[in-house]
Design a protein around this ligand. Structure first.
Ligand code: HEC
Length: 460
């Protein structure tokens, strides 16, 4: 903020004209290439941002706001410390690009000549991944009431996969952007208990569920899953006794593997050729939809996911791991409450992406590797977490992590009234689906080294 304020002083135009001596800056020639590359992903028709950055006439009215957001670096959105890790999807503008945009606006935001305009980037009928080989919609259209709290809805679909399917790219696409806050699609492999449960009667299944719920730290609140306020508390997730976690009622394996997601700022799952996600034969796809009622009227939604299948034999399987703590408790009013989670890595792996996921009280997240020799290295540092942007950080080059390393995720929460997003600073907060509860997850996508991937028949 301070830097932005300084730049806004009258001297700034003198400064920019120094970097662009006497050069007339136009939209067509100088600015469009920057906007096409760094803004149009979200600033184009049908996407989340308030204006399209593709055409001069749509951009021009926003010049003043663009100047402000580009200077203070709130646009393009990017929360990670640039000194930690090298990210393929780093959206930040270079100093030179910023100077160009500012010089353009300070010179009156001129259009320039049509012949200078680069070709408009091509987008495929709304799917960023191109035409999907398979589109899997929600099983039915969902109707959302006009008012009330946010809803988490779960929809399970059987895509009918008789063989393992290898996915090269995956994208979740909201049906109705007025109400879809986020989508997470999980792969739910055929259950080990499935055959046994199939033999049980409805009453027996219900009894088993009731017992599991009594023992569990989780309870159901309408559509939502939440942690009981009186469940045991461990803010240091790295020292939770296993007899506690065993009873938690849910393991990360049971909740399925992340396939892809949609949220403002979240990238599609596009992996390098040969690096694929596997959907085992017989798996179901579980949609988790977070609906918000900001539209103020009854709305319907039919979201879907699109899959592009691998066309070459898979060499590496991407695995997804939530390094998470479900046992924390953030006291009312606490402005810097620390919570940790750990994962002891049991193979030599390469990390491909990292993604912090917290809710409105989330303040920061740091993900570190503590190597077997005790050395500690920061992998990702997000000092100012912002729930509005669910950014997946894609490494430029996957990072090697030797077996025996501990991945340490450290998060701070601000549950005080200083946090303008805080729904209620007077309440202690535990884990839960709704945004007025909290979550603490560092999502990690990785591959296991020297993993023998069966040279399977490839998707036809
Ligand atoms: C990842 C998606 C994304 C990217 C990339 C992105 N924006 Fe945005 N932008 C948004 C969304 C969503 C909003 C509306 C919500 C908000 O203001 O936070 C927004 C808002 C804005 C606004 C504020 C409009 C107002 O209400 O005054 C400006 C200006 C802006 N963007 C400029 C840019 C520019 C310039 C770039 C590229 C250099 C860019 N954005 C890149 C998603 C994006």
């Amino acid at each position: 903020m301070l830097a932005a304020a300084l730049f806004l002083l009258p001297s700034s135009s003198a400064k920019t004209s120094k970097t662009n001596p006497g050069k007339a800056v136009t939209f067509s020639k100088d600015v469009a290439p920057i906007f096409y590359k760094n803004c149009a992903e979200c600033h184009r028709p049908g996407e989340a941002a308030p204006f399209s950055a593709l055409a001069y006439k749509d951009v021009r009215p926003w010049a003043k706001s663009i100047r402000e957001k580009v200077l203070d670096r709130t646009m393009p959105p990017w929360q990670a410390d640039p000194h930690v890790g090298e990210w393929a999807n780093d959206r930040r503008l270079s100093k030179q690009d910023i100077d160009t945009v500012i010089a353009w606006i300070d010179q009156g935001a001129k259009e320039g000549e049509a012949k200078d305009l680069p070709p408009t980037p091509k987008y495929n009928e709304g799917w960023v991944i191109g035409k999907p080989d398979i589109v899997i919609p929600m099983p039915e259209r969902f109707t959302l009431e006009a008012s009330g709290p946010d809803e988490y809805q779960y929809f399970q679909v059987d895509p009918g996969f008789k063989e393992d399917v290898y996915v090269q790219m995956a994208e979740a696409r909201p049906g109705n952007r007025k109400i879809v806050h986020h989508i997470i699609a999980f792969i739910v492999p055929p259950s080990k208990n499935g055959p046994e449960m199939a033999k049980m009667s409805r009453e027996e299944i219900q009894k088993m569920r009731a017992k599991m719920e009594k023992d569990s730290i989780f309870y159901r609140d309408g559509f939502l899953s939440r942690v009981k306020m009186d469940a045991p508390v461990f803010d240091d997730g790295c020292s939770i006794p296993t007899e506690i976690t065993k009873r938690s009622g849910r393991s990360s394996e049971e909740s399925g593997t992340l396939l892809c997601g949609y949220a403002p700022g979240m990238n599609q799952g596009i992996w390098e050729p040969g690096m694929v996600k596997k959907i085992p034969a017989g798996s179901k796809i579980m949609f988790q939809l977070h609906y918000s009622k900001a539209a103020g009227s009854v709305q319907t939604d039919l979201s879907s996911i699109g899959l592009v299948l691998a066309k070459t034999p898979p060499q590496k399987l991407l695995q997804t791991r939530p390094v998470s703590n479900n046992y924390f408790k953030i006291p009312a009013g606490a402005d810097n409450h620390k919570v940790t989670a750990c994962w002891k890595v049991e193979d030599d792996i390469h990390i491909v992406t990292l993604m912090p996921h917290l809710h409105l009280r989330g303040k920061s997240q740091k993900i570190e590797a503590i190597y077997p020799d005790g050395r500690k290295e920061a992998l990702l540092d997000v000092p100012n977490y912002d729930f509005s942007w669910q950014t997946v950080y894609y490494y430029k080059k996957p990072v090697a992590i030797p077996k025996g390393t501990t991945i340490l995720v450290t998060t701070t929460f601000d549950n005080s009234s200083k946090n303008k997003f805080n729904p209620d600073p007077t309440k202690a907060v535990r884990w839960g689906d709704p945004t007025y509860d909290e979550m603490m997850i560092g999502w990690i996508d990785y591959t296991v080294d020297n993993q023998a991937v069966k040279s399977v028949a490839i998707n036809k």
